[in-house]
Ligand binder design. Structure first.
Ligand SMILES: [Zn+2]
Length: 103
């Protein structure tokens, strides 16, 4: 059931893909773990692939164009359509693409 709960801003990612959910247990009392803080390092391999197929470069040390997989790009804007994305232009195919910033 939780696989169907999508990120409200990037619908191709589930909360599992994002790594927001780490473990689920039934408990009689309310338990909520709020630390450690979420990081983009927790995005699953499936989530990273879903981002790439959707046209968003997943967070990484090197920004790779999701269209042609070229690793040289130019930062056009520090912010994209949402604050967690930046806008880049590929140095090979010339297309612009979103980069999911590493947090
Ligand atoms: Zn490219």
């Amino acid at each position: 059931m939780l696989d169907r709960v999508a990120d409200p801003e990037i619908a191709v990612l589930s909360l599992w893909d994002l790594g927001v959910l780490q473990d689920v247990q039934l408990a009689s009392d309310e338990e909520l773990r709020i630390s450690p803080a979420w990081t983009t390092d927790w995005i699953s391999a499936d989530g990273r692939e879903a981002l790439r197929v959707y046209g968003i470069a997943p967070p990484a040390d090197d920004v790779v164009c999701p269209l042609c997989e070229w690793s040289e790009s130019q930062l056009i804007s520090e912010f994209g359509s949402i604050a967690c994305k930046a806008l880049h232009r590929c140095g090979h195919c010339g297309e612009t693409f979103d980069y999911f910033k590493r947090l």
